[in-house]
Structure formats: structure tokens, C-alpha cells
Design a binder for this molecule. Structure first.
Ligand code: ADP
Ligand code: MG
Length: 742
């Protein structure tokens, strides 16, 4: 009897050698094997007859081999197979397929799958079809007559699962069929079901055993469309399993965070007045809504853990300042962290400008300050004199001591930021709760207890994380599912959307003419290159080389500057200052300008080799223009052949300025693993679920998980959850910190 946890090696037909190959594919146990789902199915119950075939369709055909042979053409050998049904014939061709010689005997039954086409004479043919010779199971050897018969019955007269071959083609679809069938037949019939009964009933979920059988061996009546799109009841049950436990873990974690002691800020008159006084403009409806969400969190006696998403320029800073005012007016200190010194400085200056009217004491603490100065500032902070402390993330690493820290704001401008931040917090926060306990780390352990608080324990400060990277909802639900989410989905009034065009390199002269006209109109221009030096990718023009060409040949009478990551910080700052002051008219740059630069007078961005950039990066780059009143233009240059994906990225950029739409497409093009630029991003690698395809199931899973955790007669105990999570054998569970739950 097999259990789900049994190593694959004990499944009949798998020896140590094959087990090793499977292990390399991540299939270690019976459970893994049974979750290796068919990637498509063939309808060999009602296959198309040859007479019914139409050019242009994908079809499965079961027919008899008539003849086959190799013929040579001038360019390559082609293998031709003719199959037939009665008087109807179908031709199949494989290029360079000498290996097929002798493979087919007239009279054999064969299943074929591929795209039906018409040849030049109007005859139907399939080029390079996938095929299986039916009833011929000798290819793996070793089978006796009885086994051959059973195996053959798995191949015809039914819907047949097709698995991806693996192990350099050793493990064929047919092999998987046989092995998985045998695993199912010998599986312990009493599979435990970890999903609570109420959820099962609510969603009419199949039992795990039934789901596993039907996903591999669909019943004759199953909808073929549902099978192909993974939407049968069996698929749904298996996908839901995976998503439900992720959401359950996140929900529990959230609840634990909420159970900690936080600070119940009051939205008093002083705070209201101060906010009114500092606001330099009417907030957008989105800003109002988000501030309300934040203020509501701050008023509760639990620590806030909120993620604020807003596209570049959506006005996050002012919302953060408003939250800071609430904390300060309640007698607390605020820590405001930015990813770079330049941005910390930028925030510091705008905080001074905006919050000065309220008379707050604001300090800037960055690494480049002199030691004495730093020591002074730290003392200020420790004594509670400084009310708003702005700095880089070094604030966390250096364990700055606060007298009475109430709110931590983390401003993240670039895409890896939030995640690394959360990870860091988890690490530094340590402790069994995991989660965002940065504040404790920021404050060190010596934070004094608030006088108003009757509790003798120190209260956890509120945390607000801001990101300019639009995160598709599916990722937000999984990666950041333990945070509450606010979205600024509206830009302040008066912005004119950037006009974007994709142009081939041949039209460069027109583009440079346009640049000249814009500069004559007193506007400024960015020209962005993907690399800084000539490298092995010969066709990429290096920024340095192009800089020289632009300066000497194309714009000899204009001021052209160069900015790239290898300049030392002083040089970088000098060049940025010159650009800010308008002394540099055309700034040639690498992607270093992606982050945080704010020069409203720049109205044109020319991106060379734009098809090589990622979508999110293009969007961030484009965010550098369109910041002033004048119309802005983004030109995406591309040369030679553009890959299909590259073309889709360019099209998307031309089509929309909406960061969320772009993020969704980016996720679709790259897949969740690469979305954040790294496979190590902590995104769960699912066995059956797919975050793009299964978005609705993810929402359902979240909903049900919340119900299970919060419901009046919460049906699932912590022990059960812990057990279930362990049972999922957490590749993702551990990378998530979910394993800590329970
Ligand atoms: P981001 O969300 O990218 O951090 P900022 O907070 O820097 O955006 O805001 C971008 C610009 O828009 C700033 O110059 C800011 O003063 C301005 N701004 C923000 N909110 C509004 C508003 N409601 N009305 C007009 N201008 C606004
Ligand atoms: Mg900002």
C-alpha cells in the first residue's frame, strides 16, 4: 500500500535509477508524482476521423499505418508517413527525422496529434505530429503479455493524459501513464482531507482521491475544454488545495500580528488642524480614501502593517506625511526610510518645506554625515527631541534608538525593495511571529514605554510600506498577503499623459531633429542606453560611445551630459545638479536614472534598444518625464529583429500609461518567478496552481481562509493548520516563513 509520503522508488516499475531521474525533476514522493499533471489530453474516445479533418485545426487522429519512408531533398531528409481510414488518407512529415526509419509497420494503429494543414495539392497533412503507436508498449521493455494488454487499454478508447517527457526523453508520456496509474491503484484508499468540511461543502470540492483519479484519468463525459484549461472539478480541487493553505497561513500570520499590542493613536483636533495647515493642494479622492484607511488602522490598538501601492507620481509622500502628523501630534516619533541617500535628502527637503508650518523638529540621518554630527543626531533621537527622523535603511541596520517610536514609514522606489525589506524585517524582527517587526529592530530593545499606555509591555509601532512598483493583485495576495493593502489608483490633476511611440533605428535622424526642437523650446531630454561600455553584445551601442557621438556629431552646439552607475557619487551628484539646473540639456544615461530622479522640465525620453528592457523598467524610466505641465514624449527606439516578446512589451508601452496594466502584462510575460527579477524572490513554486491562470481560485481561497480563521466556530485548529502546512512539505512554506505558523 502506498502512502502519499512514500518515496517514488517504491512505486511498481520505478527502480533506484529512475527514482534518481525523477528526484532531479523534483518528484520525490508518491504525492509529487500524483501532482505531476498531464499538460494536455487527447480525446481517443471520439477522435476525429480522417474524413472530418479541416485545415487549420489541432486534432487527434487514430488511424492505421499504410506506408512510410525517408526521402531526400536537396536541403534535408524528410520522413513521410501515410495513415488511412478506409479510403481516406493523411500524410505526416518530419524533417531531418532519419531516426524514424523502420519505426512503423503497415497495419499498426497509431494516434497522432498536431495541426492539420493543406499541402500545395490541397491534400491534408500534419507536419511533425506527436504520435504514439498504439498497443506497442515494447519501447520501455520488460512488460509481460498481461501488462501489455492493460497498458494498451490505457491508450485507446478513452481520454488519454499526455505528460511532458523528461529525463532526456527516457520517461515518455506513456511511461508516466503506466506508472501514475499503478501509483493510483495502490494508493491507500483513505486519504486524509485537510480542507475543513465547511469549505469543502461550500465549494463542492471533490475528495482528494477522486480528484487525483479524475485529473489523470478523466471520465468519458468530462468536458474537453475544461480539461485543457485545467477547469475540471478535479483540477479545481487540486489547485485549491495549494492556494488555500498559503492563504490560510497568511491569514493566521496576520491575525497574530493583530494580536500584538499596538498604539491606539487618536485623531484629535490638533492632528486635523495640522493636516489642514500643511496640505499644499486638494488631495485626490484616492489620497483621501487611503489616508482614511491608514488613519483607521492607526486608531486601533493593534500594530498597523500596511502596504501602500501607488504608481510613480501618484502622491504617496503627502499621504505619508499626513500619517506622520497623526503620530507626532499623539506625542510619538516617526522614522521615515528611503532606499538611497539622494532620495532621503529629497524627502528631507520636502518634509522641511511642507511640515515646517506645523513646527515639527525634523532630522536627516544618513551614512555620509560626519561622525560627530551623527552622534548628535542620534542623541536627539534617543532623547525624543527629533520628531521626524528621515534616513536611509541604515536606520534599521544601525539600530538607532528612539525614545518613543510610533510609526515607521518605508519608502521603496524600486522593484526589489519591498520584498527585501520585508525579508530583512523578518530576519531582524526574529522571533516566532516572523513578520514585520522592524520597528523593534529600529528602536533596539530599549524603547521606552509610552506614558499614556497602561500596558507594561512596549507597544509595537505602526508600519507603512510604500511602493511605486505596481504589484498585480495575485502577487499582492500571496507575497504580501499578511499586509493590508491600500492603492493610490489616481494621479493628481493636471498631468498630461506621456505620448509614447516605438520607432525603428532608421528614423533616428527625425528623432534627433525632434530633440533639437524640444531643446530650442527650453525643454530637457534623456537619452537612455542599456549598457555603458561596448561589450560582447556587439550590436548594443554603448552609452559612452554614443555620448561622444551625440555630443560631437549630432548636437555639437548643445550641452550633453553623461550619467552612469560607475561614476563616483560626487560626479553623479554634480551631473544631476547640472541637469536639474538646466545646464545640461541632454542627459545620456544608463538605467541609473530609473530611481527617484525628479526634473519636471525634462519632456523627452529617448530609449535606445528599448525592446531589450523589461516592461517594469521601461515604465519606471518613462515615469521620469511627464512631471510638469508641458506635453512629454517617450520614444522607444529599436533596431533589426525584435523578438516577439520584445514587440509585446513595446506595444504595451505605446498602448497604456497605466502601471497596473503594465504590471499585469509583465507578470504574464515573465511568470511570477521572474517578475521581481529573481527566482529567489520567495515566490512559491506551485506544483499545480498558476498565479496567472488561477486568479479567481486564489481570491476564493483567500475568502475561505479568512472565513475559517475568523468564523464564529472557526473549524480548524492551529494544530491542524500546522499539520496541513507540514504535509505540504513546504518548498514554498518555508521560503515564506509560513512554516512558523502554529
Ligand atoms: P510618488 O507617489 O511618486 O512618491 P509624490 O508624492 O512625489 O509621488 O508626488 C508627485 C508630485 O505630485 C509631487 O510634486 C507632489 O507635490 C504632487 N502632488 C501630490 N498630490 C497632489 C495633489 N493632490 N494635487 C496636486 N499635486 C499633488
Ligand atoms: Mg515618492
Amino acid at each position: 500500500m502506498l502512502e502519499l509520503s512514500t518515496p517514488v522508488q517504491y512505486v511498481k516499475g520505478i527502480g533506484p535509477r529512475l527514482a534518481e531521474i525523477l528526484r532531479a525533476k523534483g518528484l520525490e514522493t508518491v504525492d509529487d508524482l500524483l501532482h505531476y499533471l498531464p499538460f494536455r489530453y487527447e480525446d481517443r474516445l471520439n477522435p476525429r476521423s480522417v474524413a472530418e479533418l479541416r485545415a487549420g485545426e489541432m486534432a487527434t487522429v487514430v488511424a492505421e499505418v499504410r506506408n512510410s519512408g525517408l526521402f531526400k531533398t536537396r536541403r534535408m531528409p524528410i520522413f513521410q508517413l501515410t495513415v488511412g481510414q478506409g479510403r481516406n488518407r493523411l500524410k505526416c512529415l518530419w524533417f531531418n527525422a532519419t531516426y524514424l526509419q523502420g519505426k512503423f509497420q503497415p497495419g499498426q494503429m497509431i494516434a497522432l496529434y498536431g495541426k492539420v494543414e493543406e499541402d500545395r495539392d490541397g491534400q491534408l497533412q500534419i507536419i511533425q505530429p506527436q504520435f504514439e503507436v498504439l498497443g506497442d508498449i515494447n519501447e520501455e521493455g520488460g512488460a509481460d503479455e498481461a501488462e501489455k494488454k492493460t497498458a494498451a487499454s490505457l491508450e485507446i478508447g478513452r481520454i488519454v493524459p499526455i505528460y511532458e517527457s523528461t529525463g532526456q526523453g527516457k520517461l515518455t508520456p506513456r511511461w508516466f501513464r503506466r506508472i501514475i496509474r499503478s501509483a493510483l491503484e495502490n494508493l491507500n484508499p483513505d486519504l486524509p482531507d485537510a480542507i475543513p468540511a465547511a469549505v469543502r461543502a461550500h465549494l463542492s470540492l471533490l475528495s482528494p482521491r477522486e480528484a487525483l483519479w479524475r485529473v489523470h484519468w478523466p471520465e468519458a463525459g468530462e468536458s474537453f475544454g475544461d480539461l485543457q484549461s485545467s477547469r475540471t472539478a478535479a483540477h479545481i480541487r487540486l489547485i485549491f488545495d495549494e492556494l488555500f493553505f498559503i492563504e490560510l497561513g497568511l491569514e493566521l500570520k496576520r491575525r497574530e500580528q493583530k494580536a500584538q499590542t499596538g498604539i491606539a493613536f487618536q485623531i484629535n483636533d490638533a492632528a486635523r488642524q495640522a493636516i489642514k495647515k500643511i496640505l499644499p493642494f486638494h488631495p485626490t479622492a484616492a489620497q483621501k480614501r487611503v489616508l482614511k484607511e491608514i488613519a483607521t488602522d492607526m486608531q486601533t490598538p493593534y500594530p498597523m502593517r500596511r502596504l501602500l501601492q501607488g504608481d510613480v507620481g501618484s502622491g504617496k509622500t503627502i499621504v505619508a506625511f499626513e500619517a506622520a502628523i497623526i503620530a507626532i501630534e499623539n506625542g510619538y516619533q516617526v522614522a521615515f526610510m528611503a532606499p538611497t541617500e539622494i532620495l532621503a535628502q529629497q524627502h528631507y527637503f520636502s518634509a522641511r518645506r511642507i511640515l515646517e508650518k506645523a513646527g515639527y523638529r525634523i532630522v536627516l540621518l544618513t551614512g555620509s554625515l560626519e561622525q560627530d554630527r551623527k552622534r548628535d543626531i542620534r542623541r536627539h533621537i534617543a532623547q525624543g527631541n527629533a520628531q521626524l527622523v528621515i534616513g536611509t535603511h541604515a536606520l534599521i541596520q544601525d539600530r538607532v534608538e528612539f525614545e518613543k517610536l510610533g510609526l515607521v514609514i518605508v519608502d521603496e522606489q524600486h522593484r526589489f525593495g519591498v520584498m527585501q525589506r520585508l525579508k530583512l524585517m523578518r530576519k531582524e524582527g526574529g522571533g516566532e511571529q516572523g513578520g514585520v517587526r522592524s520597528a523593534r529592530a529600529v528602536s533596539g530593545q530599549s524603547q521606552t514605554v509610552s506614558p499614556q499606555s497602561s500596558s507594561t509591555q512596549s507597544a509595537e509601532p505602526d508600519v507603512l510600506v510604500m511602493t511605486a512598483t505596481p504589484i498585480p493583485r495575485t502577487l499582492a495576495l500571496t507575497l504580501y498577503g499578511d499586509l493590508d493593502l491600500s492603492v493610490l489608483d489616481e494621479l493628481p490633476p493636471g498631468r498630461t499623459p506621456v505620448i509614447t511611440r516605438a520607432l525603428p533605428d532608421e528614423r533616428a535622424a527625425e528623432v534627433w531633429d525632434f530633440v533639437r526642437r524640444e531643446v530650442a523650446a527650453k525643454h530637457q531630454v534623456y537619452v537612455v542606453y542599456p549598457v555603458i561600455e561596448e561589450n560582447e553584445e556587439r550590436e548594443l551601442k554603448a552609452a559612452e560611445q554614443m555620448y561622444r557621438q551625440l555630443r560631437e556629431k549630432i548636437f555639437p552646439s548643445l550641452h550633453v551630459g553623461l550619467l552612469h552607475g560607475r561614476l563616483d557619487p560626487d560626479a553623479k551628484e554634480r551631473i544631476m545638479r547640472e541637469f536639474q539646473r538646466g545646464e545640461i540639456e541632454i542627459l545620456v544615461a544608463t538605467t541609473v536614472i530609473e530611481v527617484g530622479v525628479d526634473v519636471p522640465n525634462a519632456t523627452v525620453m529617448v530609449i535606445e534598444h528599448a525592446d531589450r528592457f523589461g516592461l517594469a523598467q521601461l515604465h519606471q524610466l518613462r515615469g521620469r518625464i511627464g512631471r510638469g505641465a508641458a506635453k512629454s514624449f517617450c520614444v522607444l527606439m529599436h533596431g533589426g529583429k525584435v523578438s516577439e516578446e520584445g514587440q509585446r512589451r513595446l506595444d504595451a508601452m505605446v498602448r497604456t500609461n497605466d502601471g497596473f496594466q503594465i504590471a499585469e502584462l509583465d507578470l504574464e510575460l515573465r511568470g511570477p518567478g521572474d517578475f521581481f527579477g529573481t527566482k529567489q524572490a520567495g515566490i512559491p513554486s506551485f506544483r499545480v496552481a498558476n498565479l496567472i491562470r488561477d486568479r479567481e481560485l486564489l481570491e476564493a481561497a483567500k475568502h475561505e481562509a479568512a472565513f475559517v480563521v475568523a468564523g464564529p466556530n472557526a473549524e480548524i485548529s492551529r494544530e491542524e493548520v500546522a499539520r496541513a502546512l507540514k504535509a505540504m512539505r513546504g518548498r514554498w512554506a518555508s521560503s515564506y516563513g509560513l512554516a512558523e505558523v502554529g
